[in-house]
Write a protein that binds this ligand. Sequence first.
Ligand code: 4AD
Ligand code: MG
Length: 461
Amino acid sequence: MKTSINLIIKGFININKKVIINGWVKTKRNSKYGISFISIYDGSCLKTCQVIINNTIKNYKKILNLTTGCSIEIIGLLIFSLGPMQNFEIKAIKVNIIGVIKNPNTYQITSKYHSKEYLRKIAHLRPRTNLISATSRIRHTLSYAIHKFLNKNGFFWVSTPLITCIDSEGSSKMFKVSTFNFKKIPYNNIGKINYKKDFFGKKTFLTVSGQLTGEAYACSLSKIYTFGPIFRAENSNTSRHLSEFWMVEPEIAFATLEDIINLSENMLKYILKIVLNKRNDDLFFLHNKKNINYLIKFLYYKFEQINYTEAIKILLRSKINFKFPVKWGMDILSEHEHYLCEKYFNGPVIIKNYPKNIKSFYMKINKNCKTVSNMDILVPKVGEIIGGSQREDCINILDKRIKESKLVKKKYWWYRDIRKYGTIPHAGFGLGFERILSYITGLNNIRDVIPYPRTPNMIDF
Ligand code: 4AD
Ligand code: MG
């Protein structure tokens, strides 16, 4: 039976047992005493397994020519290692060479250091580096932890659509979906594009959020979440924006802003704890063996909560010359987020009750008629990782907000129905999966925490 290297490293396999492992050569060293040492990886964990190959092995001459990246099968005996670097190693009985690299000089993943920028250009080969394989394992564990937390707390996972005919956020830049022949786009008699002739018979987009369709399910199943890809066509070439990213969106019936603030704080701490427990090796590697105390502190930190108005006052008091001058009514931008999290609070902070004019139409209006019942969670270095709100549950106010936001009311007919038939207070939030991953891994460019990043002018793979 084939064995994963992580089972060997964890000591789950009996000593002196015959094992078969499949993997790739990381490094190879030939000693002058007719022994070759290969360290082999199979991606199941960060560590490699050392294999000792004696020159009595049949294809020893070919083994001498193996280079980094060649794929092999080892059949051997698991023994205690004499070397200080590992507990176990394998004494090879047989080595099957599966795939060789004919021209090792052209192979881009050598053992020397490669910059992250360079690795992005070879996104199909970069999973072979420790950097990207460690990140991928953390990404998997984080997603598992999210499903586990929500399942444990009674949430149902709802698969909301990716192709849509409405703008869920009310003001988003959306990618269009069409099967039109660009050379022969049909126009109607007033010179406008005739979307009736397109695939869905309507103007169609990739979704910017699963929230609205998710809400309809929360208003029956009580606790739901969506977890899927999101597409935004903003021309933002920053280290925290992707054009395609993943979002987790829990939505709860009979709930208020306070309920989702508690839920989000509990969820963040729970998922981080799982990652710290299960991916310790990978985390230490990514943080370059430097301390990861900020993550442990996060588990015990009571998130600060402030109102938007208070945040503006703090920013004004700072006397910093921000690029975007601070005044009530403006959006809190990256530079302001950095100041609040890194300088002022020195930790995560929740900002609540933003002015209604800068937030989406679906957020519940507060009694003062100026702000909405919403919250953003900001963390040091990354900024906003969560955006959430209580939803407007009164049909008349919702209609007013749709109008104010210059949206076409009839497009939201089914969303309005939710308020017409047994409306309820409800609330939810969206966690940017890559943003939290960026925070946990310490990789400050979001392009390095998703396998194939999509950003303006970046779509080679
Ligand atoms: O704040 P946002 O836009 O909220 C929503 O979409 C709501 N519908 C969520 C809800 O209430 N159900 O996005 C939520 C989160 C942000 O806080 C951020 O972490 C992430 O999604 N996000 C992005 N991540 C990567 N690249 C982008 N371009 C992102 N835009 C938002
Ligand atoms: Mg937001």
